[in-house]
Design a binder for this molecule. Sequence first.
Ligand SMILES: *Cc1c(COP(=O)(O)O)cnc(C)c1O
Length: 405
Amino acid sequence: MIRSRKDYILTRWKVPLSDIDIGEEEIRAVTGVLRSRWLSMGPVTAEFESQFAQYVGVKHAFAVANCTAALHLASVAVGLRPGDRAICPSLTFVATANAIRYTGAVPILADITSENDLNISPEEIERKIDSSTKAISVVHYGGYPCAMESILSIAKRHDLYIIEDAAHALGAATYVRLDSGDGKKTVLRQCGALGDVGCFSFFANKNMVTGEGGMLTTNRDDVAEKIRILRSHGMTTLTWDREQGHSFSYDVVGLGYNYRFDEMRAAIGLIQLKKLEFNNQRRAVATSVYKKKLAEIDEIHIPFGEVQSRPAYHLFPIILDVNIGRNAFMEFMQENGIQTSIHYPAIHTFSAYRDVCDSGNDLTVTKDIAKRIVTLPLYPNLEEHHIDYIVRTIKRYFTETAARS
Ligand SMILES: *Cc1c(COP(=O)(O)O)cnc(C)c1O
């Protein structure tokens, strides 16, 4: 007998790190697809892509197997190849940098801005640009938009592509001053609609879930056409087109992949997309409750103190004081049924990256923060009494360790 996730989580954790909002509506939607007997990419996926594109505010959206596949396709679509370099942060999930390496290009890791702004630093990006640099891969850490106005202007000045790893940032938006026909105008733009191509994840702990799953977004017709072809073996037609009698054969025009999506996940995605704004709002409320209640604890610092943008509140990270042992802190939380995590062990410290990037005296803020950062639970259903319990436990940890020392 398989235990349900709910039973599992409730027996193991009083407060898990993340939790999903899946209900009868998703179950009915999947059942409907199964009854339709068309399971791979087809009309439900097309509808999901169309609604997703409209929500993010882009011309094109392509559903794919996962965000890592999206990042790979984005790297190929902007033309990364051996000999090229692409700049990305070290404080991110490894997939951001892996996707650059899949093409034979080299990821150049850049530092984050500060203890308050955990996003890639525009100054550090600019410092790392050389004649081989072709792209910048930005990550909107925790759902907090990067300094996109600066990054867009750097990319323009150096003729670089921008890939947005927006895995945390579905629904996040930021203000940018853009050249429109009649002079400069400030507009609110969603993450994934700011660079040349955006990549989203629907993995089970993201703001919107389909199990595995991802999406590419772009306003560029040329990039869109490449993605369309490369997502399905480089073939010029899809099985669905042939089923519809639109064509009998196909050509293969590039070295493509099978990164397709399926109808069951698209059906879940359509329901999840409807719930997204409400759930992001609940994440925002939980974040502000946390901030208020944690403010009086001197031993921790809360990043992203003042933001001008509209975050998606994917993560709630805290930074511990330099002299606090992170392992002991996380163990104490675990003993009290609170799941915490680290976002992220920095990429430059991984064995598989030691020969790829020499971090030397570089990445000083990342090196400091990566040792002190802890992620606390955050999900739409996180209630005030959960947060009270978490804050009480944190306070208890500091009073007890102070009493012992
Ligand atoms: C989750 C995540 C990914 C990978 O997403 P998958 O859908 O699991 O492939 C990439 N980048 C970041 C920043 C992520 O958080």
